[in-house]
Design a protein. Structure first.
Length: 242
């Protein structure tokens, strides 16, 4: 665990040293703030004490921003050859992967913490806010982000090209968020139910409404675990081939 934490701190420092973190924070806060407060919303006019619109737009924003963060996690190291140097140290593939995962997760967590003023503002302008729903919404956003991060690391493990890694991660995210619900709506019976169960929104939607079900947590946890296992296999295969 110590090696994971050390690697995570190193990656977080690299985010801020290369301005990636600042660009992400400005873009994320700008996009979510713009759509939450000024576009396609009625918070001011309706004086509705809810952050549902924010969580909807945050989910879409993270679908794009997280692949932009994870695309360099392994692709850049594969291209430069530093992954081999890293793995010659007393650190396992799992520790490398989880260290990079934790670094990305910490950055997303910090971005969401920066949106706390949204929460305070909404609580002041409308009726009494349901704090439980808001907390549940933040929790749901975090576990969805964890799934996006794991899939992004998996995509980055496949290639040396950061752009390709970004596109693969984006397609994977769109597959679970957009394509799965579309297939579920077009199909009937058990097949339609299966596609609906596999879609992100069917699980995230209930959490966003304040209903935290263990099945939803297990679902996103499974996405993370499967993605990380496949990333480890990809990393091990690449290491052996070289």
């Amino acid at each position: 665990m110590k090696a994971v934490w050390i690697l995570a701190k190193k990656e977080v420092r690299s985010f801020f040293d290369s301005l990636i973190a600042y660009v992400l924070l400005v873009a994320f806060l700008g996009v979510t703030g713009l759509f939450t407060w000024l576009i396609v919303t009625d918070i001011f006019l309706g004086k509705e004490a809810t952050l549902s619109k924010f969580f909807e737009w945050a989910n879409w924003a993270l679908l794009v921003f997280i692949p932009a963060i994870t695309m360099k996690m392994l692709a850049e190291e594969n291209k430069s050859g530093t992954i081999e140097l890293l793995l010659t140290k007393p650190i396992t593939n799992w520790q490398v992967l989880w260290g990079k995962f934790l670094a990305c997760f910490m950055l997303i967590l910090f971005a969401l913490i920066c949106t706390i003023p949204y929460y305070i503002t909404v609580a002041c302008i409308g009726q009494k806010i349901d704090h439980g729903v808001v907390i549940s919404g933040y929790f749901g956003t975090l576990i969805v982000s964890a799934a996006y991060i794991a899939m992004g690391i998996l995509a980055s493990s496949f290639t040396n090209n950061q752009v390709i890694a970004f596109l693969i991660a984006l397609v994977l995210g769109l597959f679970f968020k957009l394509i799965m619900p579309m297939l579920a709506s077009m199909l009937t019976g058990s097949t339609g139910l299966a596609f609906d169960y596999l879609s992100f929104d069917s699980h995230y939607g209930s959490i966003k409404r304040g209903v935290i079900d263990s099945r939803d947590i297990v679902y996103f946890g499974s996405i993370v675990l499967v993605s990380m296992v496949l990333s480890e296999l990809s990393l091990a295969k690449r290491t052996l081939s070289e």
